[in-house]
Design a protein around this ligand. Structure first.
Ligand code: ASP
Ligand code: MG
Length: 412
């Protein structure tokens, strides 16, 4: 008999009919002999609706009160699901974050979980009940309601699984697993049976939005086996694990991630003296702008060019700061480009294989795609290219690294 934490996202509990379907599913697992703790999100669209209400009162609603309000979304779905289970003869009980006691810090709207008291839930499980817990919310030391940030129910699920030492945390959603890349871009994308936490983190931070990044970090830290599955279709989903198999079949690259949210800034002709990088990036960071890729050219004539990328939302802000720095430093000019995209190949297999990057560059060269910037880490190679070639690049790389599904084996 296993203890499983099952998390159902907003679309999976988006209507009363769907909540009934979720109840059926939970009942099936329980009839099979497993102990089940369910974590649910608010009905899809509900959290947005609530935030919108608050914005009608104030552009910047008081964070504490915002949390009191948005946490109600999940309170509705836990009760509805418990009712639907009880109706089916399954003993069930629902709890808010406060009732479980999911203790968080006091950073309203982006709180972090500090501790979970599993006792109450353990008692219910022993008594044969399915426990339904509100995702996304907790309570601070002083008893204030907190929330964990958008998509936070994933983190609730993983944290509960860790606290209860569950055998698996299953994240049910509207896709049937993690794919080699976005199936909307590459029709031949394949569902992965397995992916490592490290790879999943890279994929998630690069814009594959299946799981909240914090949930993946948490699962990796506490070694919680995590599985992504479709709520209403049968299938094994994708298991996210710690172990890296060294099998021959293991592909070198697990997936291709991409991101259209970045912009590029270049400051040209800066004097090549010690402290230049700090002089440029210090004020950028002081302006609360996060920098992703950074490239500094080899100097000639005692000057150098310095290029970096930021989130597109921060572009105007960063540009202004940089223009200020440029005139102070006597740099030649500042240029910016928002029509860029970042494409990355991700895979733990890279550690043991040489020539992965050049294979990537070769595939892009064949399509005549110019690479503007390159950065590498142990399990990732990223390039910045012109945005209009993004889809072509992703498709070419998917083929070059032999990720294409055999005919007839693609996502519908
Ligand atoms: N309901 C919250 C949100 O929409 C939390 C979640 O769904 O995970 O962000
Ligand atoms: Mg979600």
């Amino acid at each position: 008999m296993a203890l499983i934490v099952q998390k159902f996202g907003g679309t999976s509990v988006g209507t009363v009919e769907r909540i009934e379907q979720v109840a059926e599913k939970v009942k099936k697992f329980r009839d099979g002999g497993d102990d089940i703790v369910v974590v649910v999100s608010a009905m899809s669209g509900e959290t947005n609706r609530l935030i919108d209400l608050a914005k009608q009162i104030s552009d910047q609603p008081v964070a504490r009160e915002l949390d009191v309000m948005v946490s109600t979304g999940e309170q509705v779905t836990i009760a509805l699901l418990a009712m639907a289970l009880i109706k089916r003869g399954v003993p069930a009980v629902s709890y808010t974050g406060n009732q479980v006691r999911i203790l968080t810090d006091s950073a309203h709207t982006k709180a972090r979980i500090l501790q979970i008291d599993g006792q109450r839930i353990q008692r219910d499980i022993k008594a044969g009940r399915v426990v339904v817990v509100a995702g996304f919310q907790g309570v601070d030391e002083k008893g204030n309601i907190t929330t964990l940030g958008r998509g936070g129910s994933d983190t609730t699920g993983v944290a509960l699984a860790a606290a209860l030492k569950a055998d698996e945390c299953q994240i049910y959603t509207d896709v049937d697993g993690v794919y080699t890349t976005d199936p909307r871009v590459v029709a031949k994308a394949q569902r992965l049976d397995k992916i490592t936490f490290e790879e999943m983190l890279e994929m998630a931070s690069l814009g594959s939005k299946v799981l909240q990044i914090r949930a993946v970090e948490f699962a990796g830290k506490y070694s919680v086996p995590l599985r992504v599955l479709h709520s209403f279709q049968e299938g094994p989903g994708t298991l996210i694990t710690l172990d890296e198999e060294e099998s021959m079949e293991q592909p070198i690259i697990s997936g291709i991630a991409f991101n259209r949210d970045e912009a590029k800034l270049t400051i040209r002709g800066v004097p090549d003296t010690p402290g230049v990088a700090f002089k440029i990036l210090g004020p950028i960071s002081a302006a609360n702008v996060e920098v992703d890729m950074i490239v500094q050219n080899v100097a000639h004539d005692n000057t150098t060019d310095f290029t970096f990328t930021v989130h597109r939302n921060d572009y105007n802000n960063a540009l202004q700061v940089l223009q200020g720095i440029a005139s102070e430093m006597g740099a030649r000019e500042v240029i910016g480009d928002t029509d860029i995209a970042k494409v990355s190949i991700v895979g733990v297999g890279m550690r043991s294989h040489a020539g992965v990057a050049s294979r990537m560059f070769e595939a892009l060269a064949k399509e005549n795609i110019n690479i503007q910037m390159i950065s590498t880490s142990e399990i990732k190679v990223s390039v910045v290219i012109e945005e209009k070639y993004l889809e072509l690049a992703v498709r070419a790389l998917h083929t070059a690294f032999e990720l294409d599904a055999p005919a007839g084996n693609t996502a519908e």
